[in-house]
Design a protein around this ligand. Structure first.
Ligand code: THU
Length: 133
């Protein structure tokens, strides 16, 4: 699947974001090695800390469906759902990704000026994972 298609799905997922407190709507699309796509959005909570990010929503959906092998992740977001600058995955999400993905996982961040292509290793260098345990 092309990065343009995967980021378009992330943008679509963003529409379902439940973000009444921050107003930041975020969507993620997670491509499996088998070619399936799992979507996620951020889900906020009045108690704030139970909030789950879009990326972790996508991983939760995929892993709950029995998936463990991932090919790429796309993410996008913006205040009031307006995509402007890059909404990079937060540190917690990067660590969750690392549980299932290697440093070479492609990550595509959709902005208003195009798609930024990175890897998980770019975002989380010198990571801690089960490989060192
Ligand atoms: N958020 C995500 O969905 N993904 C990230 O990687 C960063 C932050 C959400 C959580 C919260 O609902 C809102 O963005 C503001 O932090």
């Amino acid at each position: 699947m092309k990065k343009e298609e995967l980021t378009a799905l992330a943008k679509q997922a963003m529409q379902n974001a439940y973000a009444p407190y921050s107003g930041c709507k975020v969507g993620a699309a997670l491509l499996t090695k088998g070619g399936k796509v799992y979507l996620g959005c951020n889900i906020e909570n009045a108690s704030f800390s139970p909030t789950i990010c879009a990326e972790r929503s996508a991983f939760a959906a995929a892993v709950s469906a029995g998936e463990r092998e991932f090919a790429a992740l796309a993410v996008t977001g913006g205040k009031n759902g307006e995509i402007r600058g890059a909404f990079y995955p937060c540190g917690v999400c990067r660590q969750v990704m690392r549980e299932f993905c290697a440093d070479d996982l492609p990550i595509y961040v959709l902005t208003d000026s195009g798609i930024i292509s990175l890897t998980l290793g770019d975002l989380l260098p010198h990571s801690f994972s089960s490989e060192v345990m």
